[in-house]
Design a protein around this ligand. Structure first.
Ligand SMILES: Cc1cc2nc3c(=O)[nH]c(=O)nc-3n(C[C@H](O)[C@H](O)[C@H](O)COP(=O)(O)O)c2cc1C
Length: 186
């Protein structure tokens, strides 16, 4: 549990006041010591184009290299039309190619979905898990994290205002640290 882990965090929203980004920042602040969480930006990425596999755009190559370097990956995402926002799916696709050279392969992962709605982005959370199965990312099964009613979660400063949610995500991160220890490639 004491080895430092580089955890790349991907936020599935570009919105300035994104609840998901607020949660990602809250996670960074409360993560247990071994987990060094860093948001890896995806807004600069061009649309994935298979024609570019042999010579990808610089932003895509840099993103893929950053994923490759990470010990583990954490997705914090909204649900768009009951699925994964296109911007996040695009980032996943970029780092997955060319075929056989995926940067995701074997990295322990976890998923949190956040929504103002009551069911907490369940659909996005599970559609994302479908891709992670194919990408050979062992995604932590429990605790599941579908965080609803997001409009009430944060105070004016963007900090978690709800003790029960803070307690839940803190336990989630502790479980993730153990999940990484168990699943990281030696
Ligand atoms: C294109 C689009 C589709 C959406 N579809 C869903 C949905 O299927 N389920 C849901 O709970 N919220 C949906 N929403 C509402 C988002 O959950 C809400 O905008 C949320 O604040 C987005 O996350 P963010 O705050 O991190 O940007 C949708 C929003 C947009 C813009």
């Amino acid at each position: 549990m004491s080895t430092t882990r580089d955890v790349a965090v991907f936020v599935g929203s570009l919105r300035k006041e994104s609840f998901n980004r607020k949660l990602a920042n809250a996670l960074i602040a409360i993560a247990p010591a071994p987990l060094k969480l860093e948001i890896v930006e995806i807004r600069q990425l061009p649309l994935y184009n298979q024609d570019d596999d042999a010579n990808p755009p610089a932003a895509s190559a840099a993103f893929k290299a950053r994923v490759q370097k990470a010990d583990a990956v954490l997705f914090v995402t909204p649900e768009y039309n009951r699925s994964v926002p296109g911007i996040l799916k695009n980032a996943i696709d970029i780092a997955s190619r060319p075929y056989g050279k995926s940067a995701w392969d074997g990295k322990p992962g976890a998923v949190i979905s956040v929504s103002p709605g009551a069911i907490g982005g369940f659909g996005a959370n599970h559609h994302l898990r479908q891709s992670l199965v194919f990408l050979n990312v062992p995604a932590m099964p429990q605790p599941e994290a579908y965080i609803g009613n997001a409009a009430k979660l944060f105070d004016e400063a963007g900090k978690l205002a709800d003790d029960s949610v803070r307690d839940f995500v803190s336990k989630f991160l502790q479980a993730f640290a153990q999940w990484i220890d168990r699943n990281i490639r030696k």
